[in-house]
Design a protein around this ligand. Structure first.
Ligand code: ARG
Length: 393
């Protein structure tokens, strides 16, 4: 009996390798780590441990797919309740790649290390079940706690990064880093600086602001400070730049799919910079009504992604709408990065609906006297109502 395990190299999934043999009786456990832009060291660590503890290990590249997911997210200004979707966009890609390995290996089952309390179980399994795989979720099925896992790892001589002092569950990809668990589970607890790895604290950020220019083509970021970069390099560079200035920390209460409220901590400097810039450019280019309607579309889009329901036909339809709006979202935005804040300070697009000629205090392209007729009708119903109230109510 053979099983393919979605493997991160962390506590849960490493313990799962052993449990799949010991409690489920698999005689071949294959680990598969999917590279969605993990830091080199992290990827290497997962590979080393997979090779050491499992019977066979795969490291599968998926940076290209992940960058495409990031582009789609930027176009949709994707956030759920204020959470810049990071883990959520990675999961379906990871699941697809793991399923490919399982097909190739003719495995009897696929496994993941998610708990029964979070969202990731749903995101993974929606893909796995599409291919009719038997799904094994040891942490959920055996009702395990992180404390138990840390103890189990110790007893079995398994090295894991989590300790009882630092029991954080970290999920990281090119786009964001999430930190959960341990003392952070108490929403009234103030997180220590040590949980952050990508961002400086704003008070320690440079005293001098930095200006960064981002170019977009059809809603997609293509250059930083006039240097054209591929998506992977561009996001990496903005993570470094933004991180230095303490940009992109989120500490929030989030509603999980199951209805549980969770306290979540995130770091995502590039995401904050890019979405701020993209929103700003859209305001220059899209019409009032496009902007208003797109907000509704974005909320629905983000919820589908958060829920792991990107196989929904609605998701395709929403993306078609978004892509249509993005045809004109080309141009650039300059932003000021300063001690945790990112502020748009200039923008340009050849498709701007803005007209300096029309709006300026100093030109006569529109005869302002014409507005008198508009003002006569504007607010008419309210004025009638106020008169009625005075006289009859
Ligand atoms: N709350 C986020 C989500 O549901 C992130 C979860 C990340 N998982 C973790 N083990 N840190 O997408």
């Amino acid at each position: 009996m053979k099983v393919v395990l979605a493997y991160s190299g962390g506590l849960d999934t490493t313990v799962c390798i052993f449990l799949l043999r010991e409690k489920y009786g698999f005689d071949e456990v294959i680990t598969a780590t999917v590279d969605i832009g993990l830091p080199e060291a992290e990827l290497k660590r997962a590979e080393e441990r997979g090779k050491k503890y499992a019977d066979k290990h795969y490291t599968i590249p998926a940076r290209k797919e992940f960058v495409e997911a990031i582009y789609r997210l930027v176009k949709a200004n994707g956030d759920y309740e204020g959470y810049v979707l990071g883990t959520a966009i990675a999961r379906p890609i990871i699941a697809e790649k793991v399923a490919e390995v399982a097909k190739k290996e003719k495995a009897d089952a696929v496994a993941h290390g998610c708990t029964g309390k979070g969202n990731d179980q749903l995101r993974f399994e929606n893909v796995f079940r599409q291919y009719n795989f038997k799904v094994i979720a040891p942490v959920r099925e055996l009702n395990l706690t992180r404390e138990w896992e840390i103890e189990y790892a110790k007893e079995h001589g398994i090295e894991v990064p989590a300790t009882k002092e630092k029991p954080f569950s970290v999920d990281e990809n090119l786009w964001s880093r999430s930190i959960e668990g341990g003392k952070l589970e108490d929403p009234s607890f103030v997180p220590p600086e040590e949980i952050y790895e990508w961002t400086k604290s704003p008070e320690k950020a440079p005293e001098k602001p930095e200006i960064v220019k981002i170019d977009f083509e059809k809603g997609i970021p293509v250059a930083v400070n006039d240097q054209r970069l591929d998506g992977f390099e561009l996001v990496k560079l903005l993570n470094e730049l933004g991180g230095r200035h303490g940009i992109g920390r989120t500490d929030m209460i989030e509603d999980r799919v199951l209805g549980l409220k969770a306290r979540e901590n995130y770091e995502h400097p590039a995401a904050t910079i890019l979405i701020t810039a993209h929103r700003d450019l859209e305001k220059l280019v899209l019409s009032r009504r496009e902007l208003k309607f797109k907000k509704i579309v974005e909320e629905e889009w983000a919820e589908l992604v958060y829920y792991g329901l990107t196989n929904e036909p609605l998701f395709e339809a929403l993306n078609a709408f978004i892509d249509k709006t993005q045809e004109r979202v080309s141009g650039w935005v300059k932003l000021k990065l300063y001690k945790g804040s990112v502020m748009p300070i200039a923008r340009y697009s050849e498709f701007a609906l803005y007209s300096e000629e029309l709006v300026s205090f100093d030109t006569k392209a529109i005869d302002q006297r014409l507005a008198e007729g508009f003002a006569v009708f504007h607010g008419l119903q309210g004025r009638i109502f106020q008169r009625l109230r005075r006289e009859k109510l």
